[in-house]
Design a protein around this ligand. Structure first.
Ligand code: MN
Length: 190
């Protein structure tokens, strides 16, 4: 007898990376069609359903970037420290196809993160197709008057702040420089 296995598909990933580039912003990313569709949110997400946050669509990123935390080196695009502010999985609302919702300009989904939970919507604005609004749905996870970016400043992966990530990276660079000059001195017999 052939037992048909139910197709178990993992829910797609979402991530929010706090990024202190030339301007501080939060990169909100949803896995759609094997890439991370990405929006830069200057003020970050809100849990208050009456608050609409501008989300500017930016370049797709590879899936592997979802848990990137560290410092983007000077001279590269987006130079500055990045921390994983939230990460988890999401579910498209009503089992709709996320790609279809993206094309329609109205993406509705449920987030299962450590900080962001429940329903959210990304709505594309007509005047500029790159401009969207991120809005919290009115549900039991909504918290009016609550600003999560003020409340939570650390990485959900390492507990570090943006300043700590920046500092640890410059210490690591100095240590590498000192070690390599010390080993060169050793080689030269100094
Ligand atoms: Mn960014």
């Amino acid at each position: 007898m052939v037992v048909r296995q139910p197709r178990i598909r993992k829910r797609p990933v979402f991530t929010v990376q706090k990024h202190a580039a030339s301007h501080l912003h939060y990169d909100f990313r949803l896995e759609i069609d094997g890439v991370l569709k990405s929006w830069a949110i200057p003020k970050g997400p809100s849990l208050d359903p009456s608050v609409k946050r501008l989300a500017v669509q930016v370049d797709d990123h590879e899936l592997g970037y979802a848990d990137f935390e560290g410092v983007i080196e000077e001279g590269h695009y987006g130079a500055g420290p990045v921390l994983v502010w939230d990460i988890g999985r999401y579910e498209p609302k009503g089992r709709q196809n996320p790609k279809g919702m993206l094309e329609q300009g109205k993406l509705e989904f449920l987030l299962q993160g450590q900080r962001l939970r429940g329903g959210f919507a990304l709505i594309r604005l007509k005047r500029d197709p790159r401009h969207w609004l991120l809005i919290k749905a009115r549900d039991e996870e909504a918290r009016s008057g609550f600003d999560p970016t003020r409340e939570w400043q650390t990485s959900v992966l390492t507990g570090r702040t943006i300043d700590e990530i920046q500092r640890e990276s410059s210490i690591a660079r100095r240590t590498t420089a000192v070690t390599s000059s010390a080993s060169q001195s050793a080689k030269r017999g100094i």
